[in-house]
Design a protein around this ligand. Structure first.
Ligand code: HEM
Length: 443
């Protein structure tokens, strides 16, 4: 299958980088040029030092762009410390309770992690027992729900001939799916979306490789989250009284074998918080970029309509080529390391550039081609890899595959509509802000 055409990326405040000196992955407007930057980095600086970018004064950060380096790092959480994990272990050893941690951090997720998964060993158990049954190994149970919700959305615009795809499909589908899985009413989605947007503030409006917010931005984020905790507590109370077939009811009832006890309300709220960070925007961006690829690559839509067995390969290749999460600064070196001949001292912050690893020519032949026959389709790092791989990867994969199966069932053709500007939102995720499509429906 051929390479997607390059759409107009000359908009925005940054001009197209032509050499290493012009590469600035975190500058305003960088999103429009990330892929041009990856070609330069792979050629000239596959391990890019960011002087002074480390966590402690005088330490550096390093951007890793090679698939092999990133894969090695994420597969070894002992050697490459998971950010925040050591702090959790220390706090737990000092006897910090979830309640006290919440007072200090004002972060529900951190509070639940202190008590439920303060070590790597407990991280694995927590995942297996608490989240896998709903969004991991057990995600297939949502197949019918997702199909129904996707069809409901298509019903709303199928007769119009054109649609703003993000607001009317790519964004509401993961929102409705996730509200249903958690057991929250669909009518609450506008409020849940507002909290979801607040929760991901650092990844959208944070600056630099540490996604830093100003004190004002942090205060605003906390203000926007007002009511979130009470909302979850209210549902937890109701579901403890009257359990339903949903994830929050399950968390209210489950006996957490690893700690031999049930979960507290605060711990449940923390898990919901973590899931919301991961689940909403990421899948939205995946669907939106997939729609763009279908408009850009001649014949691809017809090919998938004719052979549905290729939908999975399409979504995997799209995740590789247009990864929603471009990079995260989530690991540190615990000893001196050498990557691609570059010395990286112990205590350095590592920014893992998943999206660059996914177009690394040493790992993927013709990396910028969408190849439905590629060997090892899931080798990409869009969800990371290893023991800390994205816990919601299964759910997201199923959502994407079903979304396209439904769209292929209902649409005969699709192309770009009028009024697209191709500008991406700021932050560390790859996603345009609007996407107008024109289509013909299957009559
Ligand atoms: C296309 C969709 C998605 C992408 C690209 C994505 C990507 C990622 C990546 C790259 C990580 C970092 C893993 C690491 O540190 O090694 C991550 C972590 C995480 N993801 Fe996802 N994700 C997606 C969907 C989801 C969904 C649907 C959920 C929830 C149902 C979810 C929940 C999480 C959580 C809770 C974490 C943090 C895990 C931890 O504590 O270490 N993600 N995701």
């Amino acid at each position: 299958m051929s390479r997607p055409q390059h759409i107009n990326h000359d908009l925005g405040p940054m001009t197209c980088p032509v050499d290493l000196a012009a590469v600035d992955l975190f500058g305003p407007g960088a999103q429009e040029h990330w892929y041009e930057m990856y070609e330069i980095l792979h050629r000239e600086a596959p391990v890019l030092r960011i002087p002074g970018g480390g966590l402690r004064p005088g330490t550096d950060a390093y951007v890793l762009t090679k698939h092999a380096d990133i894969a090695m790092v994420v597969k070894d959480p002992e050697r490459f410390t998971v950010m925040g994990q050591r702090r959790l272990t220390d706090w737990a050893n000092e006897g910090m309770t979830a309640e006290r941690t919440y007072e200090v951090s004002r972060n529900l997720m951190t509070a639940s992690m202190v008590s439920l998964r303060p070590t790597q060993e407990l991280y694995i158990k927590h995942r297996k027992e608490l989240t896998d049954p709903w969004v991991g190994t057990g995600a297939l149970r949502h197949r019918e729900t997702i199909t129904r919700l996707a069809n409901d959305l298509v019903d709303e615009w199928i007769d119009d001939g054109e649609v703003e795809f993000i607001s009317r499909f790519a964004r509401p589908l993961p929102q409705r799916v996730f509200a249903t899985i958690l057991g929250f009413p669909l009518d609450d989605i506008p409020q849940l979306a507002e909290w979801g947007d607040a929760i991901v503030t650092p990844f959208v409006h944070g600056t630099g490789l540490k996604h830093e917010l100003t004190p004002e931005q942090t205060a605003e984020m906390l203000a926007r989250l007002e009511g979130f905790q009470d909302y979850i507590y209210e549902h937890v109370r109701r579901k403890r009284r009257d359990p339903q077939d949903d994830m929050v009811s399950f968390l209210c009832d489950v006996h957490y074998e690893a700690l031999d006890r049930k979960l507290t309300d605060l711990e449940i709220a923390g898990i919901v918080h973590a899931m919301i960070i991961g689940a909403l925007e990421t899948t939205q961006y995946a669907l939106e970029e997939q729609a763009q690829l279908l408009c850009e690559i001649p014949g691809l839509f017809d090919l998938l309509r004719a052979d549905r067995s290729k939908v999975r390969a399409f979504t995997e290749e799209a995740l590789r080529l247009r990864s929603p999460t471009h990079g995260l600064s989530t690991r540190m070196t615990s000893q001196d390391e050498v990557f691609q001949g570059v010395d990286v001292p112990a205590g350095s912050l590592l920014h893992l550039r998943y999206a660059a690893g996914n177009v690394d020519p040493d790992e993927f032949e013709c990396p910028y081609d969408l190849d439905l026959e590629r060997d090892g389709l899931t080798r990409h790092l869009a969800f990371s890899a290893g023991p800390r791989v994205c816990p919601g990867a299964n759910l997201s994969r199923i959502e994407q595959q079903i979304a396209w199966s439904v769209l292929l069932d209902r649409l005969e053709s699709v192309e770009y509509g009028e009024g697209n500007d191709w500008l991406h939102q700021p932050g560390i995720m790859l996603g345009t802000l609007k996407l107008n499509l024109r289509f013909s429906k299957i009559s």
